[in-house]
Ligand binder design. Structure first.
Ligand code: 5AD
Ligand code: SF4
Length: 552
């Protein structure tokens, strides 16, 4: 079933309509006028008139369709012609619809013929920052008339948003590209993100059928890059690094209808010797606090209640505005936006984890009781080799500060095993750190040498087999810790933001404030996106099991 919405907007210079709509009907058709159909609501009370900003969130309960913005008509009348996807929200700037755009509008590429014309497929590898970058890429393309499709076969433009943090992730990209060796002529194939930034034009040598290489700071240029291809260029690149253009993407097509990601700081100025991020994402740049808060207000009006602030070192945030809002103040300001119920942030660097962040969490229940604080190693000697800028003892002081809060705060971490020269004694210190901290969750990785990093040239590499052995030991120990920790939660009640529904009847899932997954039974019907009280009745190492306590 295809669903079309045609929405007519009459705006005047300096007085544009700002609408927030929500559609929840199985079948929906409206043509030529603003009509949100049955089972939907259009909140005219919240309509405000300001400078040609239009936002519409559509949450459609019809499976299997992608959101598409197909056309913009005259200067004063905006028409959105969409195919609606299941719970696929998107934001649109009215300027794009009224012809008063800040950047030139481009029509979808026409290299492909037939059904593939003007379509794109986008696959994302790696971290949440990459996921959010992909949301921006999708938004930029949708706003210019492209349509997102679910398979590379049905797309005219195939994009891979890549990760190069470990070698395996980078290799995956090249094996994916290998699948398109034959199809390079018919389709446009692009490599975005960290591998693009790291490998640059070398990608054209390794995979000559690729025609776009575009780093994370240049996404806004994508339509222009595609236009260059159409006008005869065989290959195009966007590899500028030191730019904060990425923050202010006009249109973002968010994948998650419940949690909105928002990057507040790009790049990284730390120089951990194993890490490729400073080379692929460039120097640290923070987004202005007023722009962040403006976007949070928009997201709240669109119905998002949970915000996750993102950055490689999110707590190193340095507001470029004259008011110089501190990170902890920003957290509180985000939590204060009407409609916001949960605020998360990741990833924190231990050296910049200051007491005011804990005080903010203590004072504001909307700040989630979870901190992700990567330690990387429990050995001060290895930490020094990694240039992590803290010792084991200093890290433990931060843990004590968090554990000392008057509200229980979950702590998770990242650990690398098998860093060059990591001895049995060093590894034993990492294991003992797990016992001391009793992390609520852990992500552990085998060290992977990365191009251009200082650690790549270090001696005493640990054999792969030994790295694997250490990883398994670490994971076993952590599993025991989590099993014991989760067992103590049986009988407790948590507030859960419901984000998933199982195919099995009456089974739902969601997250607690401390970011634990809870699978629970409920006879409720419209629970997605709501907050419910769940009593824990069972536990596994990685999740809790519970039952919905219906509101009395
Ligand atoms: N090898 C293995 N793991 C790495 N990480 C970063 N660089 C490497 C590498 N070269 C891990 C760190 C970081 C997480 C995102 O990835 O633990 O916190
Ligand atoms: Fe990489 Fe270290 Fe920066 Fe994290 S803090 S992104 S590990 S350089």
């Amino acid at each position: 079933m295809r669903v079309f919405l045609i929405l007519l907007l009459i705006g005047q210079q300096g007085r544009a309509t700002r609408l927030v709509g929500r559609i929840e009907s199985r079948k929906f058709k409206a043509e030529g006028e603003t009509n949100f159909g049955s089972g939907s609501s259009f909140d005219s009370q919240r309509s405000t008139f300001n400078s040609f900003n239009f936002q519409l969130e559509l949450v459609m309960v019809a499976p299997g369709h992608c959101a598409r913005i197909a056309r913009s008509l005259s200067r004063k009348t905006g028409v959105i012609n969409c195919e609606l996807g299941m719970t696929k929200p998107f934001d649109v700037e009215l300027g794009r619809l009224t012809g008063q755009e800040s950047t030139p509008r481009l029509s979808p590429m026409n290299l492909a013929s037939g059904r593939e014309r003007g379509t794109f497929f986008l696959e994302t590898f790696g971290c949440q920052m990459n996921e959010h970058d992909s949301e921006k890429v999708a938004g930029v393309l949708l706003a210019r008339g492209y349509r997102q499709v679910e398979t590379p076969e049905s797309a005219g433009l195939i994009l891979y948003n890549t990760c190069s943090i470990r070698e395996k992730a980078a290799q995956k990209v090249f094996s994916r590209l290998g699948e398109y060796r034959e199809k390079g002529e018919e389709k446009i194939i692009g490599v975005l993100g960290c591998v693009a930034q790291q490998e640059g034009e070398n990608i054209f040598k390794r995979a000559p059928w690729v025609s776009i290489v575009c780093g994370s700071a240049s996404y806004r240029k994508l339509p222009e890059l595609i236009a260059q291809l159409e006008s005869g260029n065989a290959r195009v690149t966007g590899l500028d690094l030191d730019t904060d253009e990425t923050f202010e993407t006009e249109v973002t097509r968010r994948n998650n209808p419940f949690r909105a990601y928002l990057t507040i700081i790009e790049g990284c100025d730390k120089a951990c010797t194993y890490c490729v991020v400073p080379y692929t994402r460039g120097p640290e740049r923070s987004r202005a606090s007023d722009a962040i808060l403006h976007e949070v207000r928009q997201l709240a009006e669109l119905g998002y209640s949970e915000i996750q602030l993102l950055g490689q070192t999110v707590n190193s945030y340095a507001d470029p505005m004259p008011r110089r809002m501190r990170f902890a103040e920003l957290l509180l300001a985000v939590a204060n936006v009407p409609g916001i119920r949960r605020v998360r942030f990741t990833t924190s660097h231990p050296s910049d984890f200051t007491p005011d962040i804990v005080e903010a969490i203590e004072s504001e229940p909307k700040l989630c009781d979870h901190v992700h604080l990567p330690v990387q190693s429990g050995s001060t000697r290895v930490l020094r080799e990694m240039q992590r800028t803290y010792t084991r003892e200093e890290y433990l002081e931060k843990i004590a500060m968090i554990r000392g809060a008057n509200r229980s705060i979950a702590i998770t971490t990242d650990i690398i095993v098998g860093f060059p020269g990591e001895s049995d004694v060093d590894f034993a210190e990492t294991l003992s750190l797990l016992d001391e901290v009793k992390y609520d969750g852990m992500f552990a990785f085998k060290y992977s040498p990365r191009p251009n990093t200082p650690a790549q040239r270090m001696e005493d590499a640990i054999p792969e087999e030994e790295k694997g052995r250490r990883l398994a030991i670490l994971q076993d120990r952590q599993r025991e810790i989590q099993t014991a920790c989760h067992a103590t939660m049986i009988g407790s009640t948590f507030e859960v933001l419901v984000s998933g529904k199982s195919r099995r009847d009456n089974q739902w899932s969601g997250y607690t404030s401390s970011h634990r997954i809870v699978n629970f039974a409920s006879s409720g019907t419209e629970l997605l996106g709501t907050y419910v009280q769940v009593r824990v009745t069972g536990a596994t190492p990685n999740s809790l099991v519970g039952e919905h306590l219906a509101a009395s």
